[in-house]
Ligand binder design. Structure first.
Ligand SMILES: [Zn+2]
Length: 231
């Protein structure tokens, strides 16, 4: 339970995942109900530091669309993403840690920056933008279950979503090519697609996102992170 709300169930081995987002409150209470009795832990959440990102010259229908047909399409695509986010793959693949999804990259926009698009203040940027050569192979950073693979979303372009267990879901945006399909299991290191600039992108890059429930997390915090050996 997180702050009094039941949010997840541990795997058979006893692992569970809880994420804290950009604007998480300064403290949280985790309560675990186990056969041996409950355990409670308070966590202090340290605020991150975030950039301001200004991008100009985007086509207006990529910033504040008004065309009814386009708005309907965006709503349909939101529903597809929402359905994929309901996945709760019964696995704890995330305990093995994450790799970076690209072999070479340059961070072109960090997670969480306040976005000013064509002069309009928009939602923070909930991804890490990894600039890379167009066509670079994107690899699954961890085992998972593909929950969505759509070649041409309005904002995201070629989009893949992968559940790494218990609904912890990573996103891969702007791909020029998808190599996997929804419902498919993938293993760490498997090619899932290629870097492109489809959707709202001003150059070839991978926008890498991570979601837990309704919270957007910084995926780069997971790369290279390993659980302590439980002994
Ligand atoms: Zn991005």
């Amino acid at each position: 339970m997180l702050d009094g709300q039941r949010v997840t169930t541990a795997s058979e081995a006893g692992w569970f995942f809880i994420g804290f987002d950009r604007d998480a409150p300064a403290s949280a209470e985790i309560r675990v109900d186990a056969p041996a009795g409950p355990a409670v832990q308070r966590l202090d959440i340290i605020p991150g530091d975030f950039d301001i990102q200004r991008i100009s010259g985007l086509p207006q229908d990529q910033v504040s669309p008004t065309d009814p047909a386009l708005l309907a399409r965006i709503r349909r695509e939101s529903a597809l993403k929402a359905r994929a986010l309901e996945s709760r793959w019964d696995a704890d693949a995330f305990t093995a840690g994450f790799n970076m999804p690209l072999e070479t990259w340059r961070v072109s926009a960090r997670f969480g920056g306040q976005r000013i698009l064509n002069g309009e203040a928009k939602r923070p940027h909930y991804g890490a933008d990894l600039a890379a050569r167009a066509g670079s192979v994107i690899r699954a950073p961890c085992d998972g279950l593909v929950t969505l693979a759509e070649p041409a979303m309005h904002f995201e372009g070629g989009l893949t979503m992968i559940d790494h267990g218990q609904g912890l879901t990573s996103f891969y945006l702007h791909q020029s090519r998808l190599d996997v399909a929804a419902g498919q299991r993938v293993v760490r290191g498997q090619a899932i697609g290629a870097v492109g600039m489809t959707g709202r992108a001003t150059g070839p890059h991978l926008c890498w996102r991570l979601r837990w429930r309704d919270r957007n997390l910084d995926p780069t915090l997971l790369a290279g992170f390993l659980l302590p050996d439980p002994g």
